[in-house]
Design a protein around this ligand. Structure first.
Ligand SMILES: Cc1ncc(COP(=O)(O)O)c(C=O)c1O
Length: 397
């Protein structure tokens, strides 16, 4: 369709950097250095610096980053890890793959991230304390050892409050920063803005192509200020070895490709600018949709600098709006239509509809609008015009 507006344009940023990206590939071919080596190490250093973290271990995906971070932080088989039902399944897959058990707390209705009140209620009302004061889940009878908040849509969870509760109950906090490269949180405790990936015991990032920093394939990273944890992640990603063929433990094949590291290193200097463009587009949507009573706009608390991996609105007639936008060539998405506790994959966890009412309500109303750094003002105006055209029409019910 002429004038179609994609939900996400991945072609333009790659064409803008075509020569530099091709040079990386050529360098890879000329050296045949496809696994490990200086290209990976240089990218790790640069990404750690970007995140204000001391260490970065590049791995093969965000899912592996989460799994390795949990394992390296000492999560034991059968431990409970708390997270939210409003996230991509990789969050809970990683928990299960680390042989732990995911349990959920509901989200905050405004930020769509982990509700601190619900987390507190869970720890106070749905756990008993063992002799050492550690919480034991009444649901599973297993010890709760970690919290995995997700910085969803590019906005950080309320980390001061989560860390305070974690401190009180002796829990490890791992950030799922897979959608939040460059997002910032104003920590009252530290009296400064802090980057995603620098606050928890460790954090996981995804470089899936559509992410704010995306590879030309799969990739991920763990960032941390804990040297020992970073070392363990580096062993886990590489068959448990520090030195070739000397295996201190069993690990995985979870390394980041050298060429992907090189490609990511070319893109990294552009990330702050791309994030600024995303914030600018978000401000554009906010301004032009503000007076429309049929939609709720994203909420950014004063302590948050979100990087708008996704720009998500809510509306009662979500299907109608998406169909209308589709009919005029505008792409949209739903992140995510079915909360994790209601997915078939988690039937064995025995959650029911109604267990997490905020997540369930939100999941039925959210729609993600076109959002990418190269979205032009003209394109954005058209998206807004079509939303206004749709919401001003009378609707049944
Ligand atoms: C919130 C969240 N967690 C984890 C992941 C997993 O990342 P990957 O696809 O790189 O394994 C993703 C992205 O897909 C994500 O959005």
């Amino acid at each position: 369709m002429p004038n179609a507006i994609p939900f996400l344009d991945l072609v333009t940023p790659h064409m803008e950097l075509e020569q530099e990206l091709v040079d990386v590939f050529r360098q890879g071919l000329h050296t045949a250095g496809f696994v490990g080596g200086p290209m990976v190490e240089e990218f790790e250093k640069a990404f750690a610096t970007f995140c204000d973290a001391s260490h970065c271990a590049a791995v093969s995906s965000g899912t592996d980053a989460l799994r390795f971070a949990l394992m390296a932080a000492g999560i034991q088989p059968g431990d409970v890890v708390l997270t939210v039902p409003n996230t991509f399944i990789a969050t809970t897959e990683a928990i299960s793959q680390a042989c732990a058990i995911p349990e959920f707390v509901d989200i905050d209705e405004k930020t769509y991230n982990m509700s601190v009140d619900k987390l507190q209620q869970y720890l106070e009302k749905q756990c008993t304390l063992d002799q050492s004061g550690k919480p034991i889940s009444m649901r599973s009878g297993r010890p709760v050892t970690a919290i995995l908040p997700v910085h969803l849509y590019g906005q950080m969870a309320d980390m001061d409050s989560i860390l305070e509760l974690a401190g009180k109950y002796g829990l490890i906090v791992i950030e799922d920063a897979c959608q939040a490269h460059g997002a910032e949180y104003f920590s009252k405790k530290h009296n400064r803005w802090m980057k995603a990936g620098s606050i928890g015991r460790a954090a996981a990032f995804s470089f899936y192509p559509g992410k704010n920093l995306g590879a030309c394939g799969e990739g991920g990273a763990v960032t941390t200020n804990d040297a020992a944890l970073a070392g363990t992640v580096k062993m886990l990603r590489d068959h448990g070895q520090v030195k070739k063929y000397y295996h201190d433990m069993e690990g995985y094949n979870g390394r980041l490709d050298t060429i992907q590291a090189g490609l990511l290193h070319v893109k990294l200097p552009h990330l702050a600018g791309w994030n600024a463009q995303r914030r600018d587009r978000a401000a554009g949507y906010n301004q032009t949709l503000a007076s429309n009573k049929a939609v709720s706009l994203p909420f950014e608390p004063a302590w948050s600098h979100a990087v708008y991996h996704l720009y998500v609105i809510r509306t009662n007639d979500r299907e109608g709006m998406m169909n209308h936008l589709k009919s005029v060539g505008i792409g949209t998405g739903i992140h995510y239509p079915i909360p994790l506790h209601l997915q078939k994959a988690y039937a064995s966890l025995n959650y029911r509809g109604g267990d997490f009412p905020v997540t369930e309500r939100v999941a039925s109303e959210i729609v993600s609008l076109p959002m990418f750094p190269q979205l032009t003002e003209q394109q954005q105006s058209r998206v807004v015009e079509e939303i206004l055209a749709f919401t001003s029409k009378p609707h049944p019910g």
